[in-house]
Design a protein around this ligand. Structure first.
Ligand SMILES: [Zn+2]
Length: 72
């Protein structure tokens, strides 16, 4: 089975939009003990799982939660 191209990029820790390395993306802050939000320079937001060292797209809820936390 062939993986979607976006998954292949994320497996390599690259942004699906601009292929920028996400370990160089801006860290926005932790959402749990083991995960943090990072924001690519193209404004896509990802969740970095620190234990697995894997990235995935942030869900809409996670983005909203983060935006809310900024307004405090
Ligand atoms: Zn990007």
């Amino acid at each position: 089975m062939i993986k979607p191209f976006q998954d292949v990029l994320l497996d390599k820790g690259l942004c699906v939009g601009c292929t920028y390395p996400l370990n160089k993306a801006k860290k926005l802050g932790s959402i749990t003990d083991n995960s943090e939000l990072v924001k690519c320079k193209c404004k896509r937001i990802y969740v970095h799982d620190k234990r697995m060292d894997k990235y995935r797209r942030a869900t809409f809820q996670e983005e909203q939660q983060y935006i809310k936390s900024l307004k405090k």
